[in-house]
Write a protein of this length. Structure first.
Lengths: 250, 161
């Protein structure tokens, strides 16, 4: 190991490498890993990798762990995914407000989300009534529906607060990142094909609104109401109890 | 975002992937071992029945449930608990009660294939798997309804059914 200083170079510390510093000023030292990261991966590829990794965690949970290992083991990829998401927010300096946990734009976001939500509800109710699939009375007999707002907020936090934001890093704000976010949201509802195309449409609306007015509460309200009515207005055979992943077949 | 933070995220992504690979690999191997334990056994056709034996390698004392299919159609189900002293002599099992015998039902004259399967339950009986015992058992049925086992490499005398 070299000791002392040489003109134009930073002091070499254990585990560090010297970086040429031709101008006077603060000494530059970079960890080897940092240099590798600088050289190998840029901001966009990293954001794309983050999206793929988190989506894979949820697919592994839905398709493998829940089907083969049960709910307890399913916690492992979920904790890994949520843990990663939280650390990613922290290292990127994203605040709760940035993510959409805020009230200042709640009213305008609700206004934006209200019209498509009402249209979707009207469609579901009409189609369900025509097909004779209404089971709306069950809405009040299932205590688990009380957890639906939390579940919807969690889904929208991942979809919009993480995937949509990273998609914007890769593709910029606009229709490309909106479509990617919606496609991923739909993919996570495979192989329930009716849910896949409905979530794709819903995903486009919610991702677009999030880019205009980033408010997760407003989107979660829309998600909660549409899911509840979808599950109870349409015939169960169409939505197969909203099952996704390998459980769809079980 | 600075290079240090990016480097940390890369390391985290790699670590997360490693954890998930280990989890999926462990689950896959575990699922395979639990769902498809190894069964040792054999089946043959006698003039009036399909006979054989089966021993679970995981639980040798367990009497295995067997299902018989002929020409890919379910025929009968039973437990392999009949005495087969030959398997003890051959060192395949410590007790002889692992044999099964199913009477051949009325079938058309000619060529048929029987398959005996060991039934295994797992996940608190929610999941059942069938594993072929030995090899498929081809046989010819004559006009009197007597079967003749066509061992491998035995030429068939009559046409297919």
């Amino acid at each position: 190991m070299l000791k002392g200083r040489r003109a134009g170079y930073a002091r070499i510390l254990p585990g560090r490498v010297a970086v040429r510093n031709t101008r006077p000023g603060p000494k530059l030292t970079m960890n080897q890993n940092e240099m590798m990261a600088e050289r190998i991966i840029g901001e966009k590829p990293l954001a794309a990798w983050e999206i793929v990794s988190v989506v894979l965690s949820f697919l592994i949970t839905e398709w493998i762990v829940l089907a083969l290992g049960g709910k307890l083991l399913a916690a492992i990829p979920l904790i890994a995914a949520f843990g990663y998401i939280l650390i990613s927010h922290r290292l990127r300096g994203e605040t709760l407000r940035d993510l959409g946990f805020r009230l200042d734009n709640l009213a305008p976001a609700l206004m934006l989300v209200a019209i498509p939500t009402i249209i979707a509800l009207a469609c579901f109710l009409f189609i369900g009534w025509s097909a004779g699939g209404w089971r709306l009375s069950l809405l009040w007999s299932r205590p688990r529906y009380l957890l639906l707002p939390v579940w919807a907020l969690a889904q929208q936090y991942v979809t919009q607060g993480f995937i949509n934001r990273r998609a914007q890093t890769v593709l910029g704000k606009g229709w490309k990142s909106v479509m990617v976010t919606a496609a991923i949201f739909a993919l996570l509802h495979m192989p329930n094909l009716n849910l896949v195309w409905l979530t794709f449409l819903g995903g486009i609306v919610w991702a677009a609104i999030y880019q205009l007015r980033p408010n997760l509460f407003a989107i979660a309200v829309s998600h909660t109401i549409t899911s509840m009515i979808l599950a109870r207005a349409l015939p169960n055979i169409w939505v197969n109890s909203m099952r996704v992943g390998l459980k769809y077949f079980l | 975002m600075d290079a240090g933070s990016r480097s940390k995220l890369v390391q985290l992504l790699i670590a997360k992937s490693a954890v998930e690979i280990v989890l999926v690999a462990g689950l896959t191997v575990g699922f395979f071992l639990i769902t498809f334990p190894h069964f040792q056994g054999w089946g043959e056709a006698t003039p009036t029945s399909i006979d054989g034996w089966v021993v679970s390698q995981q639980h040798p004392e367990q009497k295995v449930e067997v299902q018989l299919f002929i020409d890919d159609r379910f025929v009968a189900s039973g437990v392999a608990d009949q005495p087969r002293p030959d398997i003890v002599r051959a060192g395949k099992s410590k007790d002889e009660g692992h044999g099964f015998s199913f009477e051949i039902p009325k079938l058309t004259q000619g060529y048929h294939v029987a398959r005996a399967y060991a039934v295994h339950s797992s996940n608190q009986d929610k999941r059942k798997s069938l594993q072929l015992i030995g090899d498929p058992i081809p046989f010819d049925l004559d006009a009197e309804g007597k079967a003749r086992w066509l061992r491998p490499n035995t030429p068939r005398e009559s046409g297919g059914s």
